[in-house]
Design a protein around this ligand. Sequence first.
Ligand code: IPM
Ligand code: MN
Length: 360
Amino acid sequence: MAQKHIVIAPGDGIGQEVTAVGKKVVEKIAAKFGHEFTYDEVLIGHLSIEAMGSPLTDDALETMRNSDAVLFGAVGHPKYDNDPTAQMRPEQGLFRMRKELGLYANLRPIKLFDELLGASSIKPEVLKGADILFFRELTGDVYFGEKGRKNNGNTAYDMAEYSRYEVERIARKAFEAARTRRKKLCSADKANVMETGRLWREVVQKMSLDYPDIEVEHQYADATAMLLIKDPRRFDVIVTANLFGDILTDEASQIAGSMGMLASASIGDGTGVYEPIHGSAHDITGKGVANPIASILSAALLLDISFGMKEESEMVIKAVDNLLKAGYRTRDIADSQTSSDKILGTEAIGKLVLTTLDDL
Ligand code: IPM
Ligand code: MN
């Protein structure tokens, strides 16, 4: 029996729909195992701008900081996508949360459920057994460097900056994780172009001396992008900078069949934040068709990493697996084999996970 306080931050768009399901799964686990979880809900992103005049208020941030874990959805709104001059943007809430909670390591596991071999556009024989864990650095790079305009607004710049310390702490997490897996680490950088890439490589090379049991490979990130599709099974752990990690993990989501399947954990020195890698998807918001599995699997990561509840976490993954085995799909992971009566919406999949959990 454990007591934990969880902050639910659904954010915008389908973030609302999928996080509601993720929360129900956490509640179900608490009931099954006799844990006492309490909850707070906070605004972040576009809805926070509308209600509070800020994409993340100090209050919301403090509520997160004082909790044991945060289950987050997504932020964004099309209104800003088409207005590059907007002064306040939903994503600023996300960046503030990442920076202020010190969430420097974003873990993105890419694991294909066997049942979804046919859902990917990559050939099944290339995919089968692929299992990759990304460590995306999350509080540095062009995301947080100095940015601006010059030449009367006609030139724009975003500074990429990394300190030795920042590279070391994310690489250390990746080395340690590789040790518990297949002992392979790929470090993806652009050391052939960027000074930050050369520092990155220098730091990882030096650290590899402390990890003689880990096979380290340095790749240029463009080659990594190619090899991920050509031969995903060659990878075990991949560590990379913020922007490369953002792009490479969207690409890698296709190994798992859909963006709607991928969960992530953002961790640092304090409270961890757990979120799907997909965005707010306003094109399907309100239609009830969003895949809630990424949020459900984010809840599983939360139980495991922040609460050390291995058994509980594995039970959630097992429930998802069972439901896929039974043939149920949201439309993003349906293929030509899926009968139309098994293609379900967000809530129906959520309900099925709960009843599957009852039976486990
Ligand atoms: C992600 C997202 C964000 C990012 C966006 C919403 C700013 O794509 O978490 O991967 O670029 O980090
Ligand atoms: Mn992204």
